[in-house]
Design a protein around this ligand. Structure first.
Ligand SMILES: Nc1ncnc2c1ncn2[C@@H]1O[C@H](COP(=O)(O)OP(=O)(O)O)[C@@H](O)[C@H]1O
Ligand SMILES: [Mg+2]
Length: 253
């Protein structure tokens, strides 16, 4: 896990410098520069199509940059390789959950912990260190009881919990969550909120996208509002969400 150091600039966990991604004429992200503080919860909001998911994709290397720089933990990258981001201290979850469907919940965590391809990971699963860690992760996302179920047999909400567990298994300092609350029933939603809060309390840097303004107000220490791929506003959450230009962007008037 990466922790905050004492040097200059150490309070910034993640930064973009004039990053862009265009799809034909659509400027999904357009010359965007933001700086996300270390620790605490930062939310990214904005109307549909404002570039939130594209931003997450660029930060995590899921999509290549057209231009600009992503700076993770002080390291500037013109090309972000998705499989390298954990080594830089960052991981993400997806709006569409991605798991190994044919193996158990337990093995889905083991594969990540052992950082190996599927088969060697399964052979290695008896290691006590990994077993302890897998248990603690499954308990913290409320999936210990489900450890022997196949991932394909999980409910939508349970899949989200397991995906968060898989992200935790990478043991990084910066976590990006794209719409972690979308489509969840109230009880599951509270559970995911609790998990993110605990991660925040452990000193991790949490960045999430959500269109649920109640949750955004409740959880965010800092907020960025995107509109048409550019930064419309940023700052303390209540202050930003009161701004007339932000309200206008949401209402589309
Ligand atoms: N792979 C893609 N190909 C073409 N257009 C895309 C692609 N991904 C996103 N877009 C477009 O880019 C814009 C921003 O999309 P997105 O980042 O998904 O917005 P948000 O997550 O804020 O709803 C939208 O106009 C969307 O249609
Ligand atoms: Mg999106």
């Amino acid at each position: 896990m990466s922790t905050a150091g004492n040097g200059p600039g150490e309070e910034i966990a993640l930064e973009t410098h004039e990053i862009s991604k265009h799809f034909g004429a659509v400027k999904a992200v357009d010359c965007l520069s933001i700086a996300i503080k270390r620790k605490g919860m930062t939310s990214i909001v904005g109307p549909n199509g404002s570039g939130k998911s594209t931003l997450m994709n660029l930060l995590s290397g899921t999509l290549p940059l057209d231009g600009g720089l992503v700076i993770i933990d002080g390291v500037g990258l013109k090309v972000v390789h998705p499989y390298d981001t954990p080594a830089h201290g960052l991981t993400r979850t997806f709006q569409e959950v991605r798991l190994f469907d044919q193996i158990s919940v337990w093995d889905n965590i083991m594969v990540v912990l052992t950082q190996r391809r599927l088969l060697p990971a399964l052979m290695e699963r008896a290691k006590p260190r990994h077993k302890e860690k897998a248990r603690s992760i499954l308990e913290s996302v409320g999936m210990w009881e489900k450890r022997d179920s196949l991932a394909m047999d999980l409910s939508y909400g349970q899949r989200k919990l397991l995906e968060i567990g898989r992200a935790m298994a990478l043991d990084v300092g910066i976590y990006l969550f794209d719409e972690p609350f979308a489509g969840l029933f109230p009880q599951m939603l509270e559970q995911v909120k609790g998990i993110l809060k605990r991660m925040r309390d452990q000193g991790l840097t949490i960045v999430f996208v959500s269109h649920n303004m109640d949750i955004v107000r409740e959880l965010s220490d800092h907020i960025f509002v995107l509109d048409s791929g550019t930064l419309l506003a940023e700052g303390e959450v209540d202050e930003v969400l009161r701004r007339p230009d932000v309200i206008e962007a949401y209402l589309g008037v």
